[in-house]
Design a protein around this ligand. Structure first.
Ligand code: ADP
Ligand code: MG
Length: 707
């Protein structure tokens, strides 16, 4: 279903949100009393009744049918990290051969997908394979148009019959409740009026585009999302206008249509070229509540893939499609807002504002320091291992960038020293205003994994292909925990004002080791961080088990976000996914090496040796040293390649993971993955010897500089 984008015919404001069953749509279509009930349910103040669901279902169905929908689906987010759905038709035959379009409240509230094919990490024994999906009233339904027709999609949570979370949404929603509860306690003590506090998220999404025709000639890209072989082109990241010019037009057409599709869903998006790597781009939406932002980020990724295909391209969401070129991530912008529209990380210019801001600021500093290892865990997958700790943004060590000014304010306050405020008076917590802080320091702190950018924090470790639910569940809960400690103290304090000042000073002092404004790539930082006692967790296999560490279990259980069993199931599922991914990559490497690289290199070798023989035949005195050198290099690398193939095969064969998931994943990381690196070395060396037109698949130059 190709869209002709002609904004003169249909202006943006008419398109915007047209495929989203938004709040305004609901208000228009529902009786006032029902609309009010739904709002109360969304705000967590009332339970949903079947009677209300019946009315909403009917309005939703009418709206969707007006849009041309024939089917509906419960759209959910299993632990694979992508989305899943089960389609049902609205059509219900009646006696006289005609049909009625039906959709009941029950069907809206609850669905029963065949749950047995989704990972549950032992949470759901097979005899009890059933799980169900439940309507998430806080995320708007939408219609999706594609080749299979028009479908009403209902965002849902996915739980087992025992109520265990089988997805990413349930823990996220629970963490939002925890953060809400603890922040409201604080706000009450501060005398700030609010009914609800919500974490707000703006996920910036990075991705690559490649020409589909080239992509489909490489089984590594097709099956693993990344190149397993590939020598660096002479021209690397630094691009010149000539190359850039080749990219511009097709990419612009893609972005245009992507924006348009996302606008229809009510997702306000701005796509742009990202200057870091050729053919790499970024999309930044306007922030939403954590839950809606998570759903929408999934839609953004799915839309990118769908629309790229319409343009003869493939959108690569993998964290590291190309070695030697910057990878992709998500910048997860995080803040908290009240339902009255107050951003709790906005410095504000009143004296009270200063105290409140500093209190929330230090709560995040403490949360990130206390749970650094957990945050690192939520940002791990096999793709991100190529980025974090591999001399690329950001490093594997979690630290916070505050900017010099804010750091010096906190430093001085915590030492009891004086700081001058905006108006020249001495800065005191809760007594004077903060000086104006520079916003948007993003260009000066690209290396920081957790940066304060004026009125929000930006967590930059998140993998580009992953759901943002995991990282945000952890941030929300960690901050909730710290705030609950603060609230305990403040509730007992004789003077809230004095206690706030005390908490700010103490907390900063105790956790300033996590603050680092310098270059996160430098070796000095790695040493310094070690001295400071900050964890440096190098890879997924070490990071994932942190989900079930003593500290994590205590944290999540206390706030009702995960049970111990749910956490253990995540460790199992994520490590298994890791092992499976490396296993697939290894097998594809073997196949490419044997069936493609070996045969191309050996036929070139044959041609070279024939040239030597022919030359010698013609005249024995001919100097064939260049040919001979090439031949030596070729045969050395061919032998090396095939040796490594054998070694890798043996490792993959033995990999049989009868033992526990941890040792299985370690074996894939330490043996299989390491061997893949050796094999790649020979493959890439051969690519540099064999002429381009005899190389069996498109090279980096083709992939990175054509579209
Ligand atoms: P950049 O990081 O490129 O300088 P922006 O300042 O425009 O970009 O913001 C990046 C992202 O941060 C956007 O998705 C934006 O909506 C989001 N953002 C802005 N304010 C907040 C907030 N209060 N909470 C969460 N995200 C926010
Ligand atoms: Mg940013």
């Amino acid at each position: 279903m190709q869209n002709d984008i002609d904004f003169s015919k249909t202006p943006v404001h008419e398109i915007y949100g047209s495929n989203c069953f938004s709040d305004s749509e609901m208000r228009e279509r529902l009786p006032k009393s029902i609309y009010k009930e739904v709002k109360a349910v969304q705000e967590g103040n009332k339970a949903l009744t079947l009677a209300v669901a019946e009315v909403v279902a009917s309005a939703m169905k009418d709206w969707a049918i007006d849009k041309g929908a024939t089917h509906y689906t419960h759209w959910f987010q299993p632990l694979t990290g992508s989305t899943a759905e089960k389609h049902d038709s609205f059509i219900s035959p009646i006696a006289d051969g005609r049909v009625m379009m039906e959709f009941s409240g029950k069907e809206l509230i609850k669905g029963e997908p065949d749950a047995s094919s989704f990972p549950s990490g032992g949470l759901r024994a097979t005899f009890e394979a059933r799980g169900y999906t439940a309507w998430d009233t806080t995320s708007p339904a939408f219609v999706r148009e594609d080749n299979s027709g028009i479908t009403l999609c209902i965002p849902t949570a996915f739980v087992s019959y025992n109520g265990e979370a089988l997805d990413k949404k349930v823990p996220l929603l629970r963490s939002m409740d925890a953060l809400n509860a603890q922040t409201l306690r604080i706000l009450k003590l501060l005398g700030v009026n609010a009914g609800r506090v919500t974490p707000t998220i703006g996920p910036e999404q990075e991705y690559f585009l490649v020409k589909k025709e080239l992509h489909d000639q490489r089984s590594d890209l097709m099956l693993t999302g990344r190149t397993l072989f590939g020598a660096m082109p002479a021209k690397g990241q630094e691009m010149d206008d000539h190359y850039f010019g080749n990219i511009k037009e097709p990419a612009a057409a893609f972005m245009n249509e992507l924006n348009y599709e996302l606008w229809k869903l009510g997702i306000s998006a701005k796509t742009q070229h990202n200057e870091v790597a050729p053919n790499q781009f970024e999309l930044a939406p306007i922030f939403d509540s954590a839950n809606v932002a998570t759903d929408r980020n999934q839609l953004v990724m799915a839309s990118m893939e769908k629309i790229a295909a319409r343009h003869g391209m493939v959108a690569l969401l993998h964290e590291k499609p190309f070695a030697g070129v910057n990878g992709s991530g998500k910048h997860n912008n995080w803040s908290m807002a009240t339902d009255t529209g107050l951003n709790l990380l906005e410095p504000g210019d009143s004296p009270e504002g200063n105290a409140h801001f500093l209190l929330f600021l230090v709560s995040i500093i403490k949360a990130v320091d206390d749970y650094a290892a957990l945050l690192r865990a939520t940002a791990s997958n096999s793709g991100n291992d190529h980025r974090l700790g591999a001399n690329e943004a950001p490093p594997a060590i979690i630290s916070i960038f505050l900017g010099e000014q804010l750091e010096s304010i906190l430093e001085n306050l915590s030492e009891g020293k004086t700081v001058e405020s905006a108006s020249g008076e001495l800065l005191e917590i809760g007594m004077t205003s903060l000086p104006d802080l520079p916003k948007d320091l993003t260009d000066r702190n690209r290396t920081s994994p957790f940066a304060f950018t004026g009125n929000k924090f930006e967590f930059r470790m998140v993998p580009s292909s992953a759901s943002i639910a995991g990282p945000n569940t952890a941030i929300n809960t960690a901050v909730a925990e710290v705030l609950s400690g603060f609230a305990d103290r403040l509730e007992k304090a004789s003077s809230v004002k004095t206690e706030i000042a005390e908490i700010i000073k103490e907390t900063y002092k105790a956790h300033k080791r996590i603050i680092f404004n310098g270059n996160g790539y430098s070796d000095e930082w790695i040493e310094e961080a070690e001295k400071r006692g900050l964890p440096n967790i190098k890879s997924t296999i070490e990071a994932i088990p942190v989900y079930a560490s003593k500290e994590s279990v205590e944290l999540f259980v206390k706030h009702g976000v995960f049970s111990r069993e749910e956490l253990e199931s995540r460790v199992e599922i994520y490590l298994e996914a890791y092992s499976m991914q490396i296993n697939v990559e290894a097998k594809i490497m073997i196949e490419m090496a044997e069936k493609q690289i070996y045969s191309a290199a050996s036929s070139y070798g044959k041609a070279v040796s024939e040239s030597i023989l022919k030359a010698k035949d013609a005249l024995a005195a001919f100097n064939t040293s260049a040919y001979e050198k090439t031949m030596m290099k070729l045969s050395d690398n061919i032998n090396g390649l095939m040796e490594k193939v054998e070694e890798l095969k043996a490792l993959v064969d033995q990999a049989g993971c009868e033992e526990d998931v941890v040792s299985c994943a370690s074996m894939f990381r330490n043996k299989v993955f390491a061997k893949m690196g050796e094999l790649r070395g020979y493959g890439d060396a051969l690519e540099e010897i064999v002429p381009k037109n005899e190389w069996p698949f498109p090279n980096y130059e083709d992939l990175l500089f054509r579209l």
